[in-house]
Write a protein that binds this ligand. Structure first.
Ligand code: TXA
Ligand code: MG
Length: 331
C-alpha cells in the first residue's frame, strides 16, 4: 500500500481535542495515542463507524475490537460485570489490562465479531482519556496498523502504515509501554484465562484474584476462536525474524552484513552497522518500549534476517517473548 499520506498529525490542544471528539461523534475514525500502542478509534456504539475500522486496517471481520472507556459506569453499560472483574479494574485501571466479559446488547455485533463477549479497557494515556471524556461514548480501537503488521508505538508509525487511509492522527508521543495490553478472559470468573500477556503480569493478576490463571488455548492459524489476537502470525515484520537465547560472536562471524543482530543489552565492545540493542542495560521496560520500533526500523529491506535475543526472566519478559515468537512465525 503506497497511498499518499493524507492524514494530519495533530497535537492535543484543547481545541483539537474538541474537534476530534466531534469527529468521533459524527462516526469518523481517529488514530489515538495510548500507553500500550496507538489505536484506531471509532464510536463503539456506532456499527457503521466500527465497520470502517475493519475496512481501513484490512482486518478480518472475525477479529473483535477492544472497547475503551473513561469510567466504570461505562463498563456496566457495555458488559455483565462480576466481582473478579471489579477487583482487577480497581487495581489495574486505568492501565494496560483488557477484560473480556459477557456483552450487553448495546455493543454492536461488528465490535465483538459476533461473539457474545466484549473486551473492555480503561486506558491511562492522558490525551486519550481527555478525548474519551469529551467524546462521551466508549471508543472501539484495535492497534492502528494494517492487519498482521507490527503495532505502532508512535504517530509516525501510524502515518507510515495507514496515513493514506485515515484523516486524523493524534500525536501523544511514543507509547510508554510499547506492547499491547494484557487480555484476561473473565466470562467465567471462577476460570480466569490469560489470553494475551502484557505489562500487567500474570503474577500480579494471580495475586489480586487469589487464583491461578488458565493458559490461552494453543493458537491455531484460522478464524473465529476465543482470542483471535492469538493468531500465530501477528505482529510480523516482512523481514524474517530469528530468535536466540544468546547471540555469540561466532554467530555474527558466520553471518553477513545482511544479518541484523539485536541484543538485549548494549554489547560491551562490539560495534558494527548491523549490531543493535533494545536497552542499554537490558532493562525489560526499556526493551518492551523499544521492541516494535526496532523491528520496524530494521524492516526496511536492508537485511535478510533480523536476529533477536529473547528476553530473560519473568513478568514483562513473558509479553516480550510472546511478541517475539509471533514476529518469528514464518508466513
Ligand atoms: O493495548 C491494546 O490492547 C491496544 C490499544 C489500542 O488499546 N489494542 C489492541 O487491539 O492491541 P488488537 O489490535 O490487539 O485487537 C484486539 C484483540 C483481538 O485481536 C482479540 O485478541 C482481543 O483483543 N479481543 C477483543 N475482544 C475479544 C473478545 N470478546 N474475546 C476474546 N478476545 C477479544
Ligand atoms: Mg493488533
Amino acid at each position: 500500500m503506497t497511498a499518499k499520506p493524507t492524514a494530519r498529525i495533530l497535537h492535543g490542544t484543547p481545541q483539537t481535542l474538541q474537534r476530534l471528539a466531534r469527529a468521533l461523534r459524527r462516526g469518523e475514525l481517529v488514530a489515538v495515542p495510548t500507553e500500550t500502542v496507538y489505536g484506531l478509534a471509532a464510536d463503539a456504539l456506532n456499527a457503521r463507524a466500527c465497520q470502517q475500522i475493519f475496512a481501513v486496517k484490512g482486518r478480518p471481520v472475525h477479529d473483535p475490537l477492544i472497547v475503551h472507556i473513561h469510567s466504570l459506569r461505562q463498563l456496566e453499560q457495555l458488559a455483565e460485570v462480576n466481582d473478579a472483574a471489579l477487583k482487577l479494574a480497581r487495581k489495574f485501571w486505568p492501565g494496560a489490562l483488557t477484560l473480556v466479559l459477557p456483552k450487553k446488547t448495546i455493543v454492536p455485533d461488528v465490535v465483538s465479531a459476533g461473539l457474545p463477549s466484549v473486551g473492555v479497557r480503561m486506558p491511562s494515556h492522558p490525551l486519550f482519556r481527555r478525548l474519551l471524556k469529551l467524546a462521551g461514548t466508549p471508543l472501539a480501537a484495535p492497534s492502528a496498523n494494517p492487519f498482521g503488521y507490527v503495532s505502532p508505538t508512535s504517530a509516525a508509525h501510524v502515518q507510515s502504515g495507514l496515513g493514506g487511509r485515515v484523516k486524523h492522527i493524534l500525536d501523544g508521543g511514543p507509547s510508554s509501554i510499547g506492547l499491547e495490553s494484557t487480555i484476561v478472559d473473565l466470562r467465567d470468573p471462577a476460570k480466569p484465562r490469560l489470553l494475551r500477556p502484557g505489562a500487567v503480569t500474570r503474577v500480579e493478576l494471580e495475586r489480586t484474584l487469589r487464583r491461578k490463571l488458565l493458559r490461552a488455548k494453543p493458537s491455531t492459524t484460522t478464524a473465529a476462536q476465543v482470542a483471535p489476537g492469538m493468531l500465530a502470525s501477528h505482529y510480523s515484520p516482512r523481514t524474517r525474524v530469528t530468535l536466540h537465547t544468546r547471540i555469540s560472536l561466532r554467530d555474527i562471524r558466520a553471518g553477513s552484513a545482511r544479518d541484523a543482530w539485536v541484543f538485549r543489552a548494549r554489547p560491551k565492545t562490539l560495534r558494527a552497522a548491523n549490531v543493535f540493542w533494545l536497552d542499554d542495560e537490558g532493562d525489560l521496560r526499556g526493551s518492551a518500549r523499544a521492541l516494535f520500533s526496532m523491528l520496524r526500523r530494521l524492516d526496511d529491506g536492508r537485511f535478510t534476517t533480523i536476529h533477536v535475543e529473547r528476553a530473560e526472566g519473568e513478568g514483562l519478559a513473558e509479553a516480550i517473548n510472546d511478541r517475539l515468537r509471533r514476529a518469528a512465525v514464518r508466513k
